[in-house]
Design a binder for this molecule. Structure first.
Ligand code: AMP
Length: 212
């Protein structure tokens, strides 16, 4: 079984991927993890990937596709895999389709963890830091007792530039699955949209149900 997991940053895709691997035994293939491993090991690929990752941009298709297609020729991916962070666009999706077709396989499920933009902006952009002691708060998950003031030292709370809602919105537009990629899997009749605006367990249960 070959599964594609789709979702914008902040949708909980990484967490859900881990939970699904535990429950299904499917091989988890994350291109982000592969790039980070290459960066750690200081490979040529890692150096190249890092220059894009640091800018929050996608690594070029040619490089990414080559790495992923090489990975799925290994024996542990013979029976299936769950792709996380790949494909990011239709060029990558078409390359994956073609490679799988060549061995008589295809994508069986594309699971989209859907979360409204406003909720994502709140999740990603809700972080506040204390100027004095560095304590971290989150508007939704861990708010201070009084808005704008640190519980520990009464210092002033501020937002990092890249956590501000307008910056988060721009990052989101760049990193969320593009509409034509979602259509690609809808047209292939393998797309299932899962409501990601709920607790982790409910989302996991729906994802597992969709794979059944
Ligand atoms: P992720 O862990 O999926 O958020 O990926 C971290 C970074 O790795 C991304 O911001 C990209 O720079 C790069 N990356 C991961 N997957 C891909 C992909 N399929 N295509 C291009 N770049 C990717």
């Amino acid at each position: 079984m070959f599964v594609v997991l789709l979702g914008p940053p902040g949708a909980g895709k990484g967490t859900q991927a881990q939970r699904l691997t535990t429950s299904t035994g499917l091989l988890h293939l994350s291109t982000g993890d592969m790039f980070r491993e290459n960066v750690r090991e200081g490979t040529e690929l890692g150096t190249l990937a890092k220059s894009y990752m640091d800018r929050g941009e996608l690594v070029p298709d040619e490089v990414t596709i080559k790495m992923l297609l090489e990975r799925i020729t290994r024996p542990d991916a013979a029976e299936g895999a769950m792709f996380d962070g790949f494909p990011r666009n239709v060029v990558q999706a078409a390359a994956l389709d073609e490679a799988l077709q060549g061995r008589g396989d295809s994508i069986d499920h594309a699971l989209l963890i859907a979360v409204p933009d406003e909720e994502l902006v709140a999740r990603l952009g809700g972080r506040w830091l204390c100027r004095v002691c560095g304590a971290v708060y989150h508007e939704l998950n861990d708010p201070p007792s009084r808005p704008g003031a640190c519980d520990t030292c009464d210092g002033e709370l501020y937002q990092r530039d890249d956590d501000r809602p307008d910056v988060v919105r721009t990052r989101l537009e760049k990193m969320k699955p593009p509409a034509d990629l979602i259509d690609h899997y809808r047209d292939a009749d393998v797309l299932r949209e899962i409501d990601g605006e709920r607790d982790l367990d409910s989302v996991t249960a729906d994802l597992l149900e969709a794979l059944r």
